[in-house]
Design a binder for this molecule. Structure first.
Ligand SMILES: *[C@@H]1O[C@H](CO)[C@@H](O)[C@H](O)[C@H]1NC(C)=O
Ligand SMILES: *[C@@H]1O[C@H](CO)[C@@H](O)[C@H](O)[C@H]1NC(C)=O
Ligand SMILES: [Cu+2]
Length: 357
C-alpha cells in the first residue's frame, strides 16, 4: 500500500524522489519567510440573481482568500475538508520545484481530500513573483473554489514600472444558479459545452445588468490623479473574456507572473487560468466609470451568457453620478485578441539572455 492509500502514488513518489536526487544542483532558496494558511473547505449559502444557492468555498469566501507572499517564500496551506465533496487545490502557475506532490490535480499527484480529511500543501515560490491563482482541481468545483496568489518581489527589488498608489485584485468568474455537481452532470449528459452561465461576476459581484443585482457590484474608490495596479485573474470555468474600463486606457505590465514591456490597450483578452496586471491612472473627468467583463467566443453554435458583468471605478469626490459604460468588443471579434497578443512582448531587450529553467 502507498503512503496515501493510492497504490500508484508509490510510483509517482519514486519519480519525484528520482528527480530530486538527479537535480541536486537545483537552486533551493534559503531564508525565505514561511507563510502558513488555514483553508477550510466549507459550504456557504449566497443570494445572487434573486435566488439562494449553496456553493462550495474556502473559509466561506467567494472568491476565496488571497495568498500573499514574496519571491522565494515557503508556503504551507493546511486544507481541511468540511464538505461532503472530494476536493484538491491546485496552485496555478506555481512551478512546484522539488514538490510535485503538492501540485494538486486529483488522481494525478494525490488522492482527493475526502470529507473530514486534511491535507497540507507545502511548496516554495522559487524565483517566482507576480499574480497567480489557486483553484480546486477535481470535477468542476473550481467554479466557486478559487482565489488569488500575489507574490511580491524580493525586498529591495523594485517593480520595473511605476510603483502604484494602491493595488486591487480583480477575479473574473462565472456563476451558475446550479450546484456544481449538477452542472457537471448536465455537461456529461449533453456531451457539449456547459450550459450558459447565469451571470459573469467580478470579485463575486455580477453588477447591474442581471436580475436582482443592481446593488451587487464591486467598486474601486479611486483618488483622482493616482495610478492603480489591477491584478486581473480569469477564474472562469472555461470561457475567455474581454475586460475594459470606460474612458480609461490600461498599461499591461505583467502576464502570468512574467513582466512584459509596458503595453497600452483599451481592452484585455484573458483566458481561463491566466492573469494580467495593468496600471490604470484616474486621469479622466471626475466621475464614475464602469469596468466591464464580457465573453470572447469565436466558436459557433455555442450557447453562452452575453450580458457583461460590470464593476465600478468611482472617483472620490465625484458627486454627480456620471456612469460611463465600457465599450466591450463584440463577442466574436477575432481581430482584437490577435492585436492584444501581438502587443505582448517580453521585458527583456533583444539580445538579452533569460534563464528558462
Ligand atoms: C472520493 O474519493 C475517493 C478516493 O479516491 C473515492 O473512492 C470516492 O469514490 C470519491 N467520491 C466521489 C463522490 O467521487
Ligand atoms: C430576469 O428574470 C426574468 C423572469 O424570470 C427572465 O425571463 C430573464 O431572462 C431574467 N434576465 C436575466 C438577465 O437573467
Ligand atoms: Cu489551474
Amino acid at each position: 500500500m502507498g503512503l496515501h492509500g493510492c497504490p500508484w502514488l508509490d510510483l509517482l513518489l519514486f519519480i519525484c524522489i528520482a528527480i530530486i536526487l538527479s537535480d541536486v544542483s537545483a537552486f533551493w532558496p534559503v531564508g525565505g519567510t514561511t507563510r502558513f494558511y488555514d483553508f477550510k473547505v466549507q459550504t456557504k449559502t449566497v443570494r445572487k440573481l434573486c435566488k439562494p444557492l449553496t456553493i462550495v468555498t474556502i473559509n466561506e469566501m467567494y472568491p476565496g482568500p488571497i495568498i500573499y507572499a514574496q519571491e522565494n517564500d515557503r508556503i504551507i496551506v493546511k486544507v481541511t475538508n468540511q464538505t461532503p465533496y472530494n476536493t484538491t487545490i491546485h496552485w496555478h502557475g506555481v512551478k512546484q520545484r522539488l514538490t510535485c506532490w503538492s501540485d494538486g490535480p486529483a488522481y494525478i499527484t494525490q488522492c482527493p481530500i475526502q470529507a473530514g480529511q486534511t491535507f497540507t500543501y507545502e511548496f516554495t515560490l522559487v524565483q517566482q513573483k507576480g499574480t497567480m491563482l489557486w483553484h480546486a482541481h477535481i470535477s468542476w468545483l473550481r467554479a466557486t473554489v478559487h482565489g488569488p496568489i500575489v507574490i511580491y518581489p524580493k525586498t529591495g527589488v523594485p517593480y520595473p514600472f511605476q510603483f502604484p498608489y494602491e493595488e486591487h485584485v480583480i477575479v473574473l468568474g462565472e456563476y451558475w444558479l446550479m450546484d456544481t455537481q449538477e452542472l457537471e452532470r448536465e455537461v456529461v449528459q449533453s456531451g457539449g459545452g456547459p450550459p450558459s452561465a447565469d451571470a459573469y461576476v467580478i470579485n463575486g459581484h455580477p453588477g447591474p445588468l442581471y436580475n436582482c443585482s443592481e446593488h451587487d457590484m464591486y467598486t474601486i474608490s479611486a483618488i483622482p490623479g493616482k495610478t492603480y495596479l489591477l491584478r486581473i485573474i480569469n477564474a472562469a470555468l472555461n470561457m475567455e473574456h474581454f475586460f475594459t474600463i470606460a474612458n480609461h486606457k490600461m498599461t499591461v505590465v505583467e502576464v502570468d507572473g512574467e513582466y512584459t514591456k509596458p503595453f497600452v490597450t483599451e481592452h484585455l483578452m484573458i483566458m481561463p487560468g491566466q492573469t494580467t496586471n495593468v496600471l490604470v491612472t484616474a486621469d479622466q473627468q471626475l466621475g464614475s466609470y464602469y469596468m466591464g467583463m464580457g465573453p470572447y467566443m469565436s466558436a459557433q453554435n455555442i450557447d453562452f451568457q452575453k450580458s457583461p458583468a460590470l464593476a465600478l471605478l468611482q472617483y472620490q469626490g465625484s458627486s454627480n453620478i456620471l456612469r460611463q459604460k465600457p465599450m466591450l468588443p463584440k463577442f466574436n471579434d477575432n481581430e482584437l485578441p490577435q492585436l492584444f497578443m501581438n502587443g505582448l512582448k517580453s521585458l527583456a531587450n533583444e539580445g538579452d539572455r533569460k534563464s528558462v529553467v
